[in-house]
Design a binder for this molecule. Structure first.
Ligand code: TYD
Length: 207
């Protein structure tokens, strides 16, 4: 979908910080860009997010989790993404279907095919024009972050899981190289930000 950009990466890669800097850059230049995130991003979707990430919900079935992410995605598309795109705005979304492919499909082991099918139903033609992958292995990411947040159900899940997630992203990129822009995020925050802007300018979504 034209003007729809998603950003992906493992825990601790600095996605939140990078999108914050990017948002400031766009605001300073008066660029019409909508920044949003998943899971959540709108009222109902944020309520679903709370259920998913609540550390007390450790009895949650993996497939239930996958459907909740998809449900949050449907609502967020309706409330935020579709209206903005139809007004000709650029939408930059922190996480989208690729997170479900790798976290639920590969990390949880539900199977990539099943999660791709579920998300086809959820998003239809609303696939990103391209996806930026901030590339930092979980070893480096958790080192940088000082360990996982035990109050976050997804972060607390353990190193082997996050390794599978990282390898999952690499597999998606290998299968669909034209959709992904891979950015090495192992340098300083400023270096990563400069690379991110360069990609978005080259792809014509930022000036
Ligand atoms: P968040 O605090 O937003 O993490 P981050 O800053 O790393 O993006 O929490 C989102 C968590 O949900 C994160 O662990 C990734 C996970 N997730 C999935 O497992 N599947 C999905 O489809 C999405 C969108 C996120």
């Amino acid at each position: 979908m034209h003007n729809f950009v998603t950003i992906e990466g493992c825990e601790g890669v600095g996605k939140t910080y990078q999108t914050k800097l990017l948002r400031q850059y766009c605001e300073e230049r008066g660029l019409n860009v909508v920044f949003t995130r998943e899971p959540g991003g709108s009222d109902i979707a944020e309520q679903i997010r709370k259920i998913i990430l609540d550390a007390n919900n450790n009895e949650m079935d993996d497939m239930c989790e996958a459907f909740l992410y998809a449900a949050s995605r449907i609502q967020h598309l309706k409330d935020i993404v579709k209206p903005a795109l139809s007004q000709g705005k650029v939408v930059i979304c922190d996480r989208y279907v690729d997170s479900s492919y790798v976290y639920q499909g590969l990390g949880r082991g539900l199977g990539l095919d099943k999660i791709v099918r579920l998300n086809e139903i959820a998003v239809g033609e609303y696939m990103p024009e391209f996806t930026v992958f901030l590339d930092l292995s979980p070893d480096n990411a958790f080192l940088r972050k000082g360990g996982a947040d035990q109050n976050d159900r997804m972060e607390a899940v353990g190193y082997a899981f996050h390794r599978k997630v990282y390898e999952g992203y690499k597999r998606l990129i290998a299968n669909d190289p034209d959709r992904f822009e891979v950015i090495d995020a192992s340098g300083t925050k400023e270096q990563t930000q400069a690379k991110l802007r360069e990609v978005l300018i080259r792809r014509g979504v930022l000036k």
